[in-house]
Design a binder for this molecule. Structure first.
Ligand code: C2O
Ligand code: CU
Ligand code: CU
Length: 526
């Protein structure tokens, strides 16, 4: 197998010097690593030159009606990330994040993409059950769109919920550099009944070095292939501090999305009177559920109703691993405006219960598809294992990248992350899964604690929706139609996939670097 050859080569060029470094306890920076073979040594850094680029603008809300055509242009901008100088980033229609599309459920629309980037790209419409030919997976649904070229996406919006769009070429760079936008699909409304004001909070993190520049991306491969690229600066809706206002006692609806490459988020609205979780990914919960925090893996979305206290502000925080990051603030203001409103959704939770009923009935069905997750990486002298406690239980979720520079330097050429089909032993692109259209498929995904480098993986199925039945045998307390599920290290998740949408699709890990490192399989619905 190719992997073995690759592993042998890496043992020679990487593992020995790295082992020596890790044993001497010496900490090196990724740039020092460029000095020896392997890692990013022979890669070409993408340009970071922002001179002369137009400044980005804030995301705008665009209402699309059935039959509309919308022009979307991916291009270069200069963007303020809180450093002395703005940095070179990518944007849809000049906006970071890209325009928020509001669309009525059941509508169809055309998006004409123009590629104004110096790189190939595509757009994937994450979670939409649309035609496979518009799904944006390069070399499967379409050819990559060359610089200067265009592509016509025919979108349909069969489900009410929160979806998003992003490139499916080098997500590790293109998505992180700003290419991501939300899609709010709105179901039936109650005439005359106003709903709460709505806000969006698209959360990302960027890796910025001491000089305020973005840590480099490389043309040929992604670095941070083991943990994924964790950032050290949070952006909400493209800026350093999210700032909105709400009246004392007001209930506002907030659509949250995690568009980070690798970082899982644990979001808290500190000081809120209460927070009610309404929906996840592409669907409403069977009933609103009061929560203290919302955990969002990369690519997951959630909708919450936040009730302001009688006095005082509410802060949006990411709270994990004993640390607290301030993401933004809802300022108490009796005259708050600035969000969008419309008519209240008509009985969304009743509709969710009805449409989930056949899948909910399969709670105890035996899985017919068993997938497991692991990695093939260079032997780091037991370092990977040591960092996870040397044979002790791994952390179910790693909230930070604590692995150090040696690991960060490993690229997607050095590491292969794998989805394995347990029945055949096949991995990644060799897997052949076929599901009958209209069937409900019971799938177990295991993330073994004893893998070389156990860590959490957000697993995403294209073109279909699923219900998470259980995690480690415990019934899922938050049933909703979803498209991404976080499988913690050492855990096993059972889900029911509704194989509704014909075509050839992919299932993959949504840690961008894991996808680049091969963690993707195809499945056919026919
Ligand atoms: Cu957002 Cu293939 O995924
Ligand atoms: Cu780790
Ligand atoms: Cu992964």
């Amino acid at each position: 197998m190719v992997e073995n050859g690759r592993q042998r080569r890496l043992l020679r060029v990487l593992a020995l010097p790295l082992l020596a470094l890790s044993l001497s306890g010496c900490v090196t920076s990724p740039t020092e690593h460029a000095g020896h073979e392997g890692g990013a040594a022979d890669l070409t850094a993408m340009s970071e030159d922002a001179t002369g680029l137009p400044a980005s603008s804030a995301s705008r809300v665009v209402a699309l009606a059935d039959g509309d055509t919308f022009a979307l242009r991916a291009g270069l901008v200069s963007h303020d990330v809180g450093s002395r100088e703005p940095v070179r980033m990518f944007a849809y229609n000049g906006q970071i994040p890209g325009p928020t599309l509001r669309v009525p459920q059941g509508a169809r629309a055309v998006v004409e993409l123009t590629n104004g980037l110096p790189y190939e790209t595509t757009v994937h419409w994450h979670g939409l059950r649309l035609a496979a030919s518009s799904d944006g997976v390069p070399h499967l649904s379409q050819d990559p769109v060359a610089p200067g070229a265009s592509f016509r996406y025919e979108l349909s919006f069969p489900d009410e919920g929160v979806f998003w769009y992003h490139p499916h070429v080098r997500e590790d760079a293109q998505q992180d550099l700003g290419l991501a936008g939300l899609i709010l699909v709105e179901g039936p409304r109650v005439e005359g009944e106003a709903r709460p004001r709505e806000l969006v909070a698209v959360v990302d993190d960027l890796l910025v070095d001491e000089d305020g520049a973005l840590a480099p991306f490389y043309e040929e491969a992604a670095t941070h292939a083991v943990m994924g690229r964790f950032g050290n600066r949070f952006l909400v809706n493209g800026s350093l501090g999210w700032r909105e206002s709400a009246a004392p006692g007001e209930r506002v609806r907030v659509h949250l999305a995690n568009v980070a490459n690798a970082r899982p988020l644990n979001l808290v609205f500190a000081g809120a009177e209460r927070v009610d979780l309404i929906g996840l990914d592409g669907g409403f919960l069977t009933e609103p559920t009061r929560v203290e925090s919302v955990r969002l893996a990369p690519s997951e979305r959630a909708t919450v109703d936040v009730t302001m206290p009688p006095t005082g502000n509410v802060r949006l925080l990411h709270v994990a691993a004993g640390r607290e990051a301030k993401l933004g603030i809802l300022v108490a203001d009796a005259n708050a405006t600035g969000a969008f409103t419309g008519l209240a959704p008509a009985g969304p939770h009743v509709r969710a219960r009805e449409s989930l009923a056949p899948a909910l009935a399969l709670a105890r069905a035996t899985p017919t598809v068993n997938l497991s997750l692991d990695v093939a990486m260079p032997d780091m002298g037991g370092m990977a294992g040591m960092d996870h406690g040397g044979g002790m239980e791994p952390a179910p979720i790693e909230w930070e990248d604590e692995m150090g520079a040696e690991m960060s330097a490993l690229t997607t050429r050095d590491v292969t992350w794998r989805i394995r089909d347990d029945a055949t032993g096949r991995t990644n692109e060799d897997i052949r899964l076929e599901f009958a259209q209209g069937s409900l498929v019971q799938i177990r995904i295991r993330n073994p604690a004893m893998a070389d480098h156990p860590m959490q993986h957000p697993i995403h199925f294209h073109g279909q929706r699923f219900l998470v039945q259980s995690i480690d045998g415990e019934p899922n307390p938050l049933p909703a139609w979803k498209d991404t599920v976080l499988v913690p290290a050492g855990s096993s998740v059972v889900l029911t996939l509704e194989a509704s949408n014909p075509g050839t699709w992919v299932v993959h890990c949504h840690v961008s670097e894991h996808l680049e490192a091969g963690m993707e399989a195809r499945f056919v619905v026919a």
